[in-house]
Structure formats: structure tokens, C-alpha cells
Design a protein around this ligand. Structure first.
Ligand SMILES: Nc1ncnc2c1ncn2[C@@H]1O[C@H](COP(=O)(O)OP(=O)(O)OP(=O)(O)O)[C@@H](O)[C@H]1O
Length: 284
């Protein structure tokens, strides 16, 4: 890659950020910016994980990359263009090349899973086809195939509000598979998944990104999974990049320093001192 961030074949990187600063509109007066002076170049087809403690700025960074937050300062380019210099219509078309899978996907509660998943195709369909698909799903086989890759094929015709948290999360990821995006932005996809589904999810996301030559950027709280699945690790803390390294260069000491002073993830609830005195089957 050249100093401009362009790849050896001259193609623009998926993202180029220089001195990027982002403030939330609703931030309290005097509250620090959510992201400060971020420098990042991400080539097309790269796969990287963003790690860092709660409040580090991971979600803000992904939303900024999805052109959902307008930066307060600095350079921000996606696919070689500066989105915030474009007209609203042009920026809308650029957004069709990006897919942001939020931690809690905004799925209409009364909708069937098949319809919710096929909504990812809306940018590719004309108005009438999109409208007709609300009444009779246009391509249920594609929705089934996408759901099956996350072990969720049996929920094709379930109502969205009858899914568990983890099923909703995977339903949101199945949408990603049906999009035609070239940048896949995934925010904490494993927060409601067990270890086996977590593995399946990361493998599926990585395979999909590689198959379509898309860039995959995934925020994760599970540092071990970030290191085992992603070749590049970007660590954030207090809105700043602490390190941006190939995984082989990330040491235990660097990770410990990144999370220093943070509460470890609560995998087991603290012991209740009264527990031994409670009779089995006690009700309150
Ligand atoms: N809508 C908002 N309005 C004001 N401040 C916000 C808003 N959303 C996030 N922030 C602040 O921006 C900073 C970064 O938050 P962000 O959600 O990006 O962190 P995160 O690393 O994704 O955290 P987590 O791991 O807990 O999801 C935090 O200080 C947070 O309080």
C-alpha cells in the first residue's frame, strides 16, 4: 500500500481516516469527544477487529464508518470519496455499499423473520418489488439459506418478537448476507450467543466477506476470539487508538493495559452469602 493509502493496484482503500474527531450531538456540555484524532487506513478486503473497554468508542467508530455520524473534524473517506461533501442523494447511494449490523438489530416486532431478512434487498429492488415483498416474500429461499448459515433456518416464518436475543442478533446478521455491501460493519455480534454459535458466527462472517472481497470490521468484547479470528486488531480506549497491529504483535501485557481498571466481564454472578442457607425450591 502507498503512503496515500491506495493499494498496489491503485484502488482506493475502503476507509481513510486522518485526525478524525467525532462528538455526539446529545453529549453533555464539556463531555469529551467520543473519538479523538483517529488515523486509520483500511484496505478493501481487510478483516479487522476493534477491541477496547466499554465506552471506548467502538460503536461510535462503526457508526461513523457507516456514515451515520458526521465527524466534527479530520479527514474521512469511504471508497475514495468524502461522504459528507456529497449531496444527500449521493451519500444515500454510497450507504448502499456499506452494511452496519448493530448489536441490537432494529427489526419490526410483528414482522415475520423472512420479511425482515429480505429487507436487506430493498436497496437493490425497485419500489413495486419491495412493496410486493411485504405482502408475499419475494425470495424466501434466499432468506432460508442466509438464516441456515447461522443455524436459524427453522425460524423463517416466526414472528420477530418471538425470537430470543441471540436469535434476533443472528437474524440481523442473516440480513447482512443478503445485502450487496462491500464494507461489512458488525457491532458486538456475539453479545447474546453461546461459545459454539460465537465460533460459527465469526467463521460465517469471515467466509462471506472473503467470498465477496468485502472489508469486514467487527467490534468484539471477546479479546480471545478477536485474536484467533482477525489478522488485524485495532484497540480503542477513551476514544483514541491505543494500538493498531497484526495480531501476532499483540501481547497479553498490551491487552491487560488496555483493560486496566475495568471490571472483568461478569461471566458468573457474584456468590450470594445467603445461598447456602436457602432451602432447595424456596420461593420469594
Ligand atoms: N447518543 C449518545 N449521546 C451522547 N454520548 C454518547 C452517545 N452514544 C455514546 N456516547 C458516548 O460516547 C462514548 C463512546 O461510546 P460508544 O458507545 O461508542 O462506546 P463502546 O466502545 O461501543 O462501548 P460499549 O462496549 O459499552 O458498547 C462514551 O463516552 C459514551 O458515553
Amino acid at each position: 500500500m502507498s503512503a496515500s493509502g491506495n493499494t498496489s493496484n491503485g484502488a482506493a482503500p475502503t476507509y481513510r481516516l486522518q485526525g478524525l474527531t467525532v462528538r455526539h450531538l446529545a453529549a453533555a456540555r464539556g463531555q469529551a469527544a467520543a473519538l479523538h484524532a483517529i488515523d486509520l487506513v483500511i484496505a478493501q478486503g481487510e478483516q479487522l477487529a476493534i477491541i477496547g473497554p466499554s465506552g471506548a468508542g467502538k460503536t461510535t467508530l462503526l457508526a461513523t464508518l457507516a456514515c451515520a455520524h458526521r465527524p466534527a473534524d479530520g479527514l474521512f473517506e469511504a471508497f475514495g470519496v468524502a461522504p459528507w461533501t456529497l449531496s444527500e442523494g449521493e451519500r444515500h447511494r454510497l450507504r448502499a455499499r456499506l452494511f452496519l449490523a448493530p448489536q441490537t438489530p432494529p427489526l419490526p416486532p410483528r414482522q415475520r423473520v423472512v420479511t425482515a431478512v429480505l429487507a436487506a434487498r430493498l436497496p437493490q429492488w425497485g419500489f413495486w418489488r419491495a412493496l410486493a415483498s411485504l405482502v408475499k416474500p419475494a425470495d424466501p429461499a434466499a432468506a432460508f439459506a442466509a438464516l441456515s448459515r447461522f443455524n436459524l433456518g427453522d425460524k423463517l416464518y416466526s414472528r420477530v418478537d418471538r425470537l430470543s436475543g441471540g436469535e434476533r442478533q443472528r437474524c440481523g446478521l442473516a440480513r447482512l448476507l443478503l445485502s450487496s455491501a462491500q464494507a461489512l460493519l458488525v457491532d458486538e455480534p456475539l453479545s447474546a450467543l453461546d461459545p459454539a454459535l460465537s465460533e460459527l458466527t465469526l467463521v460465517t462472517l469471515r467466509q462471506e466477506a472473503a467470498a465477496r472481497g468485502a472489508t469486514l470490521i467487527c467490534s468484539l468484547h471477546q479479546v480471545d476470539l478477536a485474536l484467533s479470528h482477525f489478522p488485524r486488531i485495532v484497540a480503542l480506549r477513551d476514544g483514541r487508538v491505543v494500538f493498531d497491529l497484526p495480531r501476532e504483535q499483540v501481547s497479553d501485557a498490551m491487552v491487560a493495559q488496555l483493560y486496566q481498571g475495568e471490571q472483568p466481564a461478569a461471566s458468573t454472578p457474584p456468590a450470594d452469602p445467603a445461598a447456602p442457607r436457602l432451602a432447595v425450591g424456596a420461593c420469594f
